[in-house]
Design a protein. Structure first.
Length: 287
């Protein structure tokens, strides 16, 4: 039977209490595409939203970025970290803010965000190690890859309870359980939210394809990074991925990355180390 996509998509599209993204974030996305935009233009725009600017600076100055000097303005942050990175930090700040204070049911929000931040960190570390052109986008893509789960918990609570029971009773992965109950999984729900929020295409695709990395015809390198980072975090037991099972790492993706076991060990060590420096990110959603 064909799943009733429209019924569920309508719930997401019409949800009134769904977090809204600051209009500044939408303008940032537009400005970044314009080659004439200067660091000062971006700094001025972010500074218009005091809360967003404050959170962005808090993250920029967090141990995660390990800067040797304190950064006091968004323009200064752009000079040091670059346009794309600061834009993505501002986007992360606004999304973490939008999702804070959610305490629906007995869902493990803390574990969810730890898994998301772990995947973000691992995506960035992998991107850097592989000299990927997606180094600046990797963190935000990893951070949001499972955002559909938040919608599932909040807007489809009955289905979510069925999914939980199936995971426990049948010992299957969360995606398999979602497929059985809904006919689709959280990657599609996350895509609806990405489209509603007008995320850039690479980010929308990373959310949509993270469980079927070979099906992407565009931005496949970014999708492969997030797919691999997700599974590495599960293997390292970082946070809670929604079920006790580790999905299979796509062999073709893994072979293409061409990482020796020594190199992999080194990267896993780096991921564990950088997880010690993400408390500012976690604090944002725990407040
Ligand atoms: Fe997922
Ligand atoms: Fe995940």
């Amino acid at each position: 039977m064909e799943p009733d996509y429209q019924k569920y998509r309508d719930i997401v599209d019409k949800a009134k209490d769904l977090p809204t993204l600051s209009s500044i974030v939408h303008r940032l996305n537009e400005m970044i595409r314009n080659p004439n935009t200067s660091a000062a233009d971006i700094g001025l725009l972010i500074a218009q939203d005091v809360a967003l600017a404050g959170t962005t600076l808090k993250l920029v100055n967090s141990a995660f970025y390990g800067l040797s000097q304190k950064v006091n303005s968004v323009t200064h942050a752009i000079v040091i970290l670059g346009f794309k990175k600061v834009k993505n930090i501002a986007l992360a700040a606004s999304i973490l803010n939008a999702f804070k204070n959610q305490n629906q049911t007995d869902f493990d929000y803390s574990g969810f965000w730890e898994h998301s931040i772990g995947t973000a960190t691992a995506s960035e570390i992998l991107a850097t190690a592989l000299k990927s052109p997606y180094t600046d986008e990797a963190f935000i893509s990893g951070l949001l890859h499972d955002q559909g789960k938040l919608i599932l918990v909040q807007y489809f609570p009955d289905e979510f309870q069925k999914i939980r029971h199936l995971i426990a009773d049948e010992r299957i992965t969360m995606q398999e359980a979602e497929q059985r109950v809904l006919g689709f999984d959280h990657s599609l729900i996350g895509t609806w939210l990405a489209e509603k929020w007008k995320f850039p295409e690479h980010l929308t695709l990373a959310i949509r394809m993270h469980h079927k990395p070979l099906m992407a015809s565009q931005h496949s390198e970014l999708i492969h990074l997030v797919h691999t980072a997700d599974i590495l975090c599960r293997a390292l037991d970082i946070g809670n991925g929604g079920d006790p099972y580790i999905c299979e790492l796509n062999q073709q993706v893994w072979t293409q990355m061409n990482l020796s076991s020594e190199r992999l060990d080194e990267l896993l060590g780096k991921i564990m180390d950088s997880m010690k420096n993400v408390s500012e990110f976690l604090d944002l959603v725990r407040q």
